[in-house]
Design a protein around this ligand. Structure first.
Ligand SMILES: NC(=O)c1ccc[n+]([C@@H]2O[C@H](COP(=O)([O-])OP(=O)(O)OC[C@H]3O[C@@H](n4cnc5c(N)ncnc54)[C@H](O)[C@@H]3O)[C@@H](O)[C@H]2O)c1
Length: 356
């Protein structure tokens, strides 16, 4: 197979950096675009420069461009100067709470930035596979309408038909999304449209909780990463609502990128896939706290706030059936236990280097 020329946006972030490393290892040439805007959103703890430096050392055919995806002329020029075979679009304002404070910026990055990239691809390389990283927040709080049961440590679906989780038929309108969810809906629908209307090979992946050792976890985004940071630093974690029994399904960034690769090899224009850890990798806040305490041998200081985050899911498990049926070579390869072990080791190393 000929090596690909790949563009990764958000290349210093969690998923983007995994994509850079993975595709570089496969012998492809990767251009990464990131302007470290995560630091602008979340302050110094969100800074991703450490990850960019790490990538430069860990890769062979990676080049980085400091470019803002809102800058339409710069995006068009990048596509004029390069002929990409694959675009992996991960740059975003990723936090639903943050979006309410910065509505214009959130929309410009998530919605407009995505249109800039889709249109640049249509003008310059319409045959290139285009992967858009969307989110389960496009379903807003509609998943909360599923009948639930409460156990000692979690909420769970009470109807056996829901056992495998939320599938792509869940409705996306007439629900509360947060502004972040709404700007991602705009981008998600645009990406579908470039697939359906222009027949471009665009795939839309609606993420559950994406995680891994390269997350610059902050309170407002990256729950496992931030919980681990708190556990190891002795700070205090706040659990928001639902008695700490809200459930998330967690997927390692490697398995996310493997799904992108399968799609890129055999793209289906305009298809939408839920992509999370599935039931086996699901965990509630209370369970995650217990598991991390057992793993680190440290008690986590946490407090409880009655007020749940607006539009937050009570129990969200991604139904992976569609993805698995379209791409049988793809599966979850990293269990929740192994994800946590890897993240603890990485966080310890990271804090040692930072002298914390
Ligand atoms: N992490 C999760 O749990 C999760 C869940 C569902 C969906 N997603 C989606 O997956 C994608 C990747 O998420 P992530 O966790 O890797 O996020 P991340 O914040 O770790 O990475 C995003 C990167 O994009 C960069 N960026 C932001 N604005 C930019 C701009 N205007 N121009 C160029 N670069 C910019 C940031 O600096 C950051 O490095 C996002 O679209 C996010 O909405 C993430």
């Amino acid at each position: 197979m000929q090596p690909w020329k790949i563009l990764v946006t958000g290349s210093s972030g969690l998923i983007g950096s995994e994509a850079v490393e993975y595709f570089d290892r496969q012998g492809h040439t990767v251009t990464g675009v990131d302007n470290n805007m995560r630091r602008v959103f979340f302050g110094p703890p969100g800074d991703t420069l450490w990850n960019l430096e790490r990538l430069k050392g860990a890769t062979r055919r990676f080049s980085h461009v400091t470019l803002d995806i809102r800058d339409r002329e710069a995006v068009l020029a990048l596509f004029r100067d390069n002929r990409f075979d694959l675009i992996v679009h991960c740059a975003a304002q990723p936090s639903h709470d943050k979006a309410a404070e910065i509505a214009f910026v959130d929309f410009e990055v998530n919605a407009m930035g995505t249109v800039n990239l889709l249109e640049a691809a249509r003008q310059h390389c319409p045959e290139a596979a285009f992967v858009f990283m969307s989110t389960n927040k496009v379903y807003g709080d509609a998943p909360n309408e599923k009948p639930l049961q409460e156990t000692a440590t979690r909420y769970d679906y009470s109807d056996p038909a829901d056992y495998d989780g939320i599938d792509e038929n869940c409705r996306i309108d007439r629900t509360m999304h947060s502004l972040f969810g709404a700007s991602k809906v705009a981008a998600d629908i645009y990406a579908q449209e470039y697939g359906r209307y222009f027949k471009m090979p665009v795939g839309i992946f609606r993420g559950g909780c994406l995680t891994g050792p390269s997350h610059s976890g902050v309170e407002l985004h990256g729950f496992l990463s931030y919980l681990l940071k708190v556990a190891l630093s002795g700070k205090t974690y706040t659990v928001f609502g639902y008695k700490g029994k809200q459930v998330r399904d967690n997927i390692h960034s490697y398995d996310v990128v493997r799904a992108f690769e399968e799609f890129a090899r055999n793209p289906r224009p305009g298809e939408v896939y839920n992509l999370g850890g599935g039931r086996a990798n699901s965990v509630s806040m209370l369970e995650a706290i217990q598991q991390i305490e057992a793993l680190t041998g440290r008690k986590i200081n946490w407090t409880y706030s009655e007020q749940a985050r607006k539009g937050d899911h009570i129990c969200y498990i991604s139904n992976l059936s569609k993805l698995k049926s379209h791409y049988p070579a793809w599966s979850i390869t990293r269990s929740l236990d192994s994800i946590l072990e890897e993240m603890v080791a990485a966080e310890r190393e990271h804090s040692q280097k930072a002298g914390v």
